[in-house]
Design a protein around this ligand. Structure first.
Ligand SMILES: [Zn+2]
Length: 251
């Protein structure tokens, strides 16, 4: 990859930016990550409050989808008119409904909860080597322009007596990416979710993505990619661990 096109964002996990965690911002604390506590102290994390934050996170139900479909479709009809199109011409007759249904699908992450994914998927295991899942496909929607962001997610963590079923990492990516997003927040949400679920020694998440709002408008750079990363725990504090992760996801 062309290094000059990369944009590295190493977020500070201690910042209190209200948008960081989207649906559970402000309620989630990550004791142990602050002030150099590498492995943290899992016992200081009341699991009930963690569960609580995940339980509250779903903002849309299937019934909501059914109820809102007509109004979303009507809004698309307005958009078609506003664009100078004739919503009554044959090719567009069903477009508002199709577009509304598609938009609900593109944002179906709002219907899902992380806690449902994690149920029965966290295992006690004495494995203490880095776990890496790379090249997870990701499709999201830019919250500024409502056009796609797509790319790949690489996740690594250093277990601390608990591991997560490997396919569940991809499911976490799916839940957070199928929402209106900015890439920086998506990166951080994935890292925080894994941290809360496993209280590992460290987590690293790197996302390489193409933003259609950059490719199709504005600067129109066909091949530009945006790279974001969040490093927590030993991935942040220990350059050797971080380098091992970055080397492995590029190999
Ligand atoms: Zn955009």
């Amino acid at each position: 990859m062309d290094r000059s096109k990369q944009k590295q964002i190493n977020q500070n996990e201690n910042e209190t930016d209200a948008v960081i965690n989207g649906h559970f911002d402000g309620r989630v604390k990550i004791p142990g990550w602050s002030a150099g506590g590498a492995a943290g102290n899992p016992s200081t994390v009341p699991s009930s409050s963690v569960m609580e934050s995940w339980r509250e996170e779903r903002t849309r139900s299937l019934e909501d989808n059914e109820m809102s479909l007509p109004s979303i479709a009507a809004a698309y009809t307005t958009i078609l008119k506003g664009l100078g199109e004739d919503p009554q011409r044959q090719g567009l007759l069903k477009t508002p409904w199709r577009a509304a249904t598609a938009m609900q699908f593109f944002t179906k992450g709002y219907q899902e909860k992380i806690i449902d994914v994690l149920n029965d998927a966290i295992f006690d295991e004495d494995h203490d080597e880095m776990v890496i899942v790379k090249d997870i496909d990701m499709f999201s929607m830019c919250e500024h322009h409502l056009v796609p962001i797509f790319g790949r997610v690489h996740i690594g963590y250093l277990p601390n007596k608990r591991v997560l079923g490997l396919s569940k990492l991809a499911r976490i990516v799916e839940i957070y990416s199928r929402r209106l997003q900015v890439q920086e927040r998506l990166t951080k949400q994935i890292a925080v979710a894994i941290t809360e679920a496993l209280q590992p020694a460290g987590v690293g998440v790197v996302i390489e993505a193409t933003h259609m709002c950059m490719v199709m408008r504005g600067v129109q750079k066909m091949n530009s990619k945006t790279v974001t990363s969040t490093m927590l725990g030993v991935f942040r504090e220990d350059p050797k661990t971080r380098d091992e992760f970055l080397t492995l996801i590029r190999s």
